[in-house]
Design a binder for this molecule. Structure first.
Ligand code: SF4
Length: 363
C-alpha cells in the first residue's frame, strides 16, 4: 500500500488507519506536542473530514503549519457535474496531475449510492463501455478512490453516501493494492465507517485478485460483470474471457461462499436471446446468484443497440421460470452522460484545450 504515493513524500490520506495513527503519533512527538493531538488530527482525515488543515481550528497555528508542510490534504477538484431529472448526479473530478475520473451519485429513497472509479481509463476493452474505449492511463491511489466519497462528505448538499459501488471507471481488481487500502478506508469506523455489506466491488473476474478479496474478513459484496453466459458469446464483447474464461470464473465463485450478483447489460443480438437467458440460468441458479439486467446506455457504445423492452421482459421471465432471481434496472440519468466514462469523453471532446486545462465546470 502506498504510504506516500505519486504526489507527496508523506500522504496520510493514502494510509490505512493503523498506519496513519502510528505516523501521526511519531510526528506529534517529534514536534514536542502532547499525545492527545493525535486524536485531534487523525479523525480530520476521514471520519470528520476538513478541506484543509487550516480548518482544524482546535489545533495551534504552529501544528497546522507543520501539517501543511509535512502532509497537506490533497483534494479532488470538481471539474464538472451534471444533474439528471431523476436526481442522479454525475461528477467529473480533476486529479492533481490533470487527469480526470467520474463518480455518479444515485439517490433512491433513503439510500444514497455513490458509484466510484478505481482507475483512469481501463485496460479491459469491453465493447459496450465508454471507459474501455479510452484505454488504460493509470491506477488511482487509495486517497483518490476513497476521496470521491470524501469530497461529497465535505459538501453539505450531498453528505456521506450510504452505499458505495465500484462500478465507475476502471476494473477495481486490476488496481488491487489501491482498492484493498481504499476498502479499509471506506469501511473502518475510524475512517468513513460505511458498512462492508454496503460496499460492492464489481469486477470482470480477475481470478487471483478475487481470491484476495474473498480472503478479507469483511463481508464486502461482490458483483460480477458477466454480460454473457457462454465463452463464445462473452469473448465477442469482453476480451477478459480469453484469460479468465467463464468456467474458471464459476469455479472461483463456488469457492467465494458469499452471495454474488451478476451484472448483465442487454445488447440486441449479442446476448439477449432466450437461449442466452437459459445459459445464464445454468450458471446463476446453482450459485443462488442475483441477476441485475441493465439496459445498454444509449450513445455509450457506437454500433450496439439496446434490447427492446418486450425482449427484456421475455428474458427476465425466462430467468425467473428457471429459478433465478432477476431484477430489471432502470437506466439512471438517461438525460445526462451517466454511462461509465461518458462525461469525461464528452468533456474532452467539447474542449479545444488539452485535458489539463479543461474547464467545463457546471459546479
Ligand atoms: S466494463 Fe469495466 S472492465 Fe470493462 S472496459 Fe468498462 S470499466 Fe473496464
Amino acid at each position: 500500500m502506498a504510504a506516500s504515493g505519486y504526489y507527496l513524500d508523506v500522504n496520510l490520506l493514502n494510509m490505512t488507519p493503523d498506519d496513519a495513527e502510528h505516523r501521526v503519533a511519531a510526528w506529534v512527538a517529534e514536534q514536542g506536542a502532547p499525545p492527545y493531538r493525535v486524536d485531534q488530527i487523525v479523525p480530520r482525515l476521514w471520519a470528520r473530514p476538513i478541506g484543509a488543515w487550516d480548518d482544524a481550528t482546535d489545533l495551534p497555528r504552529a501544528l497546522i503549519a507543520g501539517l501543511e508542510q509535512w502532509s497537506p490534504i490533497l483534494r479532488l477538484e470538481r471539474q464538472a457535474h451534471q444533474t439528471s431529472a431523476d436526481g442522479t448526479v454525475k461528477f467529473l473530478w480533476r486529479l492533481p496531475d490533470g487527469l480526470s475520473v467520474e463518480s455518479v451519485w444515485i439517490p433512491e429513497g433513503k439510500r444514497r449510492t455513490l458509484c466510484i472509479s478505481s482507475q483512469v481509463g481501463c485496460a479491459f476493452g469491453c465493447v459496450f463501455c465508454a471507459t474501455g474505449r479510452m484505454g488504460f492511463e493509470r491506477h488511482l491511489e487509495p486517497w483518490e478512490i476513497a476521496g470521491q466519497v470524501r469530497e461529497l462528505a465535505l459538501d453539505p448538499a450531498f453528505g456521506k453516501p450510504t452505499n458505495v459501488v465500484f462500478m465507475g471507471m476502471g476494473e477495481p481488481l486490476h488496481n488491487w493494492d489501491g482498492v484493498d487500502a481504499a476498502l479499509t478506508i471506506l469501511n473502518d469506523a475510524r475512517c468513513l465507517g460505511i458498512g462492508a455489506r454496503h460496499i460492492t466491488v464489481s469486477t470482470v473476474g480477475i481470478l487471483p485478485r478475487l481470491a484476495q478479496l474473498a480472503a478479507r474478513r469483511e463481508q464486502f459484496r461482490l458483483a460480477i460483470s458477466l454480460h454473457a453466459a457462454t465463452t463464445e458469446r462473452r469473448m465477442a464483447i469482453m476480451p477478459i474471457e480469453k484469460k479468465y474464461p467463464i468456467d474458471r470464473l464459476v469455479r472461483s465463485l463456488e469457492a467465494f461462499a458469499r452471495r454474488v450478483t451478476f451484472e448483465y447489460v442487454l445488447i440486441r443480438g449479442a446476448n439477449d436471446s432466450l437461449a442466452d437467458a437459459e445459459a445464464l440460468a445454468r450458471i446463476a441458479a446453482p450459485l443462488g446468484a442475483l441477476v441485475n439486467l441493465l439496459p445498454l446506455h444509449p450513445g455509450g457504445a457506437p454500433g450496439l443497440e439496446p434490447t427492446s423492452g418486450a425482449q427484456t421482459r421475455r428474458f427476465a421471465r425466462r430467468l425467473r421460470e428457471l429459478g433465478v432471481k432477476a431484477t430489471l434496472r432502470r437506466s439512471r440519468g438517461l438525460d445526462i452522460s451517466a454511462a461509465c466514462g461518458q462525461l469525461r469523453v464528452e468533456t474532452e471532446a467539447s474542449a479545444s484545450r488539452p485535458r489539463m486545462t479543461v474547464t467545463s465546470s457546471s459546479s
